[in-house]
Design a binder for this molecule. Structure first.
Ligand code: PMT
Length: 412
């Protein structure tokens, strides 16, 4: 499971010999998909150069206040980060954090940021065991700081004992685990994504511009929140997110059959992000249609509405739909919520390079008695916010959950 994909990690490096391992840490964080920015203390620059981190992170490196003391870098960096990780965190750094010192850039960022803070202590075993360090660690833990390590073993100074910085793999794992919200722990989710293709003849079809990016991002976000995710996707160029079970389908009819199969097998949450056809050719030709000189018209018939079908089931899951609108987004979204009988609609403005086949989106969430605008952002980040909102609404309406009989079916 890759919970670090697209996460913004601010890595603070303080001045200890273990700073050389932080270079490898940056490499591994990036390999896991994280975006990493490095802030070095003045002492850290005595051990590793800023250029090393710059090359490995592909981002500028901040060292102390030296870059521009008058700028608001500490506030911008504090707001930017999803997580702060200080590795190595020396005894002095722990003491400074415990006392809320802000006379260097890293300390100021830690005070200004609301992002969770993790520290990976690295120091001599005597310093780690000292009562002052013990007290500082206790203060930090009481404030919710995650203390990662230290490990025990041979130390650079020749001592043996606790105080070695955890290896980069262990830090990447711990950081990744810290992103598992558990908001949908154990919930089984069926989710549709991508376009459908409705055959005209063996070589032609009617479809739309959906790339699947929005739906696949939601699948990954639901997985990260602890859900078991069944993704039913129309044709896309995307790979299944790791840990998500993917069924590929072609037409709206195939999608409906696959959805009903999964929902009936046991599902507590259904999210319909696919751009499903509303109409299909009434009589797809068995052979390739020949070009005709005169105008040609194609009779269409309506396609069953998958979302409305699921929401009308007697033992229905909590249902979330989308609304793709080119105008009057809010009114249409409210209407669709009632028409399709769903708990939540995520509405997006589409057309003119919006919504379909873009990396960014903007969503207006509407539910009974509430709404929330998710401002323009990457589909990955919007998906996480959407899943948070779904989890909040889902957990406040337990009567809508599928019965334990269905849960039992799923786990059987
Ligand atoms: O895939 P991307 O390129 O990332 O683009 C994302 C998106 C724009 C496709 C996505 O954000 C989105 O809006 N998906 C829904 C598209 C759509 O079909 O909207 P609609 O307003 O026509 O349908 C309303 C709801 O009914 C949707 O939840 C849809 O999945 C569902 N529906 C529609 C028709 C149908 N036959 N069956 C359905 O279940």
């Amino acid at each position: 499971m890759n919970l670090l994909s697209d996460k913004r990690i601010l890595l603070g490096v303080s001045g200890g010999i273990a700073a050389y391992k932080s270079a490898e840490l940056v490499r591994q964080l990036r390999a896991a998909g994280a975006v990493v920015r490095v802030v070095m203390t003045r002492a850290a620059t005595e051990f590793v150069t800023a250029r090393t981190f710059q090359a490995l992170s592909g981002q500028p490196v901040w060292s102390d206040w030296s870059d521009d003391r008058t700028s608001m870098d500490h506030i911008e960096l504090a707001r930017w980060a999803d997580r702060l990780l200080i590795a190595p965190a020396t005894a002095d750094t722990l003491a400074r954090l415990a006392h809320g010192r802000a006379d260097d850039l890293l300390g100021a960022i830690c005070l200004a940021s609301t992002a969770p803070l993790c520290v990976a202590p690295a120091m001599n075993q005597g310093m780690w065991r000292h009562a002052a360090t013990r007290d500082n660690v206790r203060y930090l833990q009481e404030r919710g700081v995650a203390i990662l390590g230290p490990a025990e073993g041979a130390q650079a100074c020749g001592d043996n004992g606790p105080g070695r910085m955890l290896e980069p793999e262990a830090l990447v794992r711990a950081l990744s685990d810290s992103f598992s919200s558990g908001a949908l722990a154990g919930v089984s989710v069926v989710l549709t994504a991508g376009p459908t293709r409705e055959a005209v003849d063996p070589v032609r079809y009617i479809s739309n511009r959906s790339s699947g990016k929005m739906g696949y991002a939601i699948a990954a976000a639901a997985r990260d929140a602890g859900a078991r995710v069944e993704l039913i996707s129309g044709p896309t160029a995307l790979d299944a997110p790791v840990g998500v079970h993917l069924t590929r389908v072609e037409s709206a009819g195939d999608m409906l059959a696959a959805v009903l199969d999964r929902v009936e097998a046991g599902c507590q949450l259904f999210i319909s992000a696919a751009a499903v056809a509303d109409y299909r050719p009434a009589r797809p030709a068995a052979q390739k249609l020949k070009k005709q000189a005169q105008q040609w018209s194609l009779p269409l018939e309506p396609v069953a509405d998958i979302l409305a079908t699921v929401s009308a089931l007697p033992r229905r899951p909590f249902c979330v739909g989308f609304a793709a609108e080119t105008e009057d987004v809010e009114q249409h979204a409210q209407k669709k919520r009632l028409l399709k009988g769903v708990e939540l609609i995520a509405a997006n403005r589409v057309g003119r390079n919006l919504g379909f086949d873009t990396d960014d989106n903007e969503l207006l969430l509407v539910w009974e008695g509430g709404s929330r605008l998710l401002a323009r952002d990457s589909k990955t980040r919007l998906a996480r916010l959407l899943i948070e909102q779904i989890a909040t609404l889902y957990s406040s309406q337990p009567c809508l959950r599928i019965s334990t009989e269905n849960d039992a079916k799923h786990s059987a």
